[in-house]
Design a protein around this ligand. Structure first.
Ligand SMILES: Nc1ncnc2c1ncn2[C@@H]1O[C@H](COP(=O)(O)OP(=O)(O)OP(=O)(O)O)[C@@H](O)[C@H]1O
Ligand SMILES: O=P(O)(O)OC[C@H]1O[C@H](OP(=O)(O)OP(=O)(O)O)[C@H](O)[C@@H]1O
Length: 232
């Protein structure tokens, strides 16, 4: 049996993940043709690299199809109900930092807090006859957060990309999305509500609680954790 390690298949997350493992003696690489999603692992026996979309890694971990996986902590929390019953956080990796925040148009000078948003949402519904729309791909995290903070008069609209553009395009009044430099928000004339972020995300190494662990894969995991400097 082999330990299957799921890693983002492209972009910054893949490169930084490869660097993070290489600094610890585990050499991950993409093999084959440029667009072929196959990989190799050197420096340790019994580990197979599985290249996947970052947003699919939570589901693959929960289904037990991979033993270990690297993805953003935001994606695990949003995509898995009761995420900590399905996966264990082995290591925050110190890159891929981004905050999940709520932002409204800069021109809304009276809206700075969640209470203001709640009041604005009630006024919006009274005036327009439908609920204020918040565009996001983080449906679960945003719903839970707004419920916990007593904001009810809104509706979520799904946006799988270019979320900050939805306000200008008049398909939403507010957004809930991740930000790192803040450039995209500024460029789209949006401001972040003055409360703690819904979640502070970073790339994290997760272990599946549901994957099948044999004596052999458990022994490989012990060796791997030693190399990665992770205690028990
Ligand atoms: N600008 C950013 N700065 C830092 N981290 C980011 C940024 N944008 C996204 N992330 C993080 O990267 C992860 C998502 O990565 P990515 O967009 O590659 O995944 P994906 O949605 O699976 O992509 P695709 O579906 O196109 O393969 C999330 O955990 C997110 O928090
Ligand atoms: O604060 P910033 O540094 O500007 O980064 C934030 C942007 O990065 C992410 O988008 P991404 O580039 O992943 O594209 P997407 O819109 O297709 O999700 C996120 O959705 C924001 O749009």
């Amino acid at each position: 049996m082999i330990v299957k390690l799921g890693v983002p298949s492209k972009g910054r997350l893949m490169e930084k993940t490869f660097e993070w493992f290489a600094e610890r003696g585990v050499i991950l690489s993409r093999t084959g043709a440029e667009r072929e999603y196959s990989g190799a692992v050197d420096g340790i026996d019994g580990v197979e690299l599985v290249l996947l979309s970052a947003s699919e890694i939570p589901r693959e971990l929960a289904a037990g199809r991979i033993h270990l996986g690297v993805t953003g902590s935001d994606l695990v929390r949003d995509k898995l109900a009761n995420w900590d019953s399905k996966v264990i956080e082995l290591a925050p990796m110190g890159f891929g930092h981004a905050d999940l925040i709520i932002a409204v148009p800069k021109a809304w000078v009276d809206v700075d807090t969640l209470d203001d948003l709640d009041a604005a949402a009630a006024a919006f519904r009274a005036r327009h006859g439908f609920r204020l729309r918040i565009a996001t791909k983080y449906h679960h995290l945003v719903r839970e957060f707004l419920k916990a903070n007593g904001v009810a008069d809104y509706q979520l609209v799904d946006s799988q990309g270019a979320t900050e553009g939805t306000v200008k395009n008049l398909t939403a009044e507010a957004v809930a999305d991740i930000t790192s430099t803040g450039d995209t928000l500024r460029a789209n004339h949006l401001k972040v509500l003055s409360c703690d972020p819904i979640h502070r995300s970073q790339a994290t190494l997760f272990k599946s609680r549901t994957a099948h662990w044999t004596d052999e894969t458990r022994a490989t995991l012990v060796t791997l954790k030693e190399m990665l400097g992770l205690g028990d």
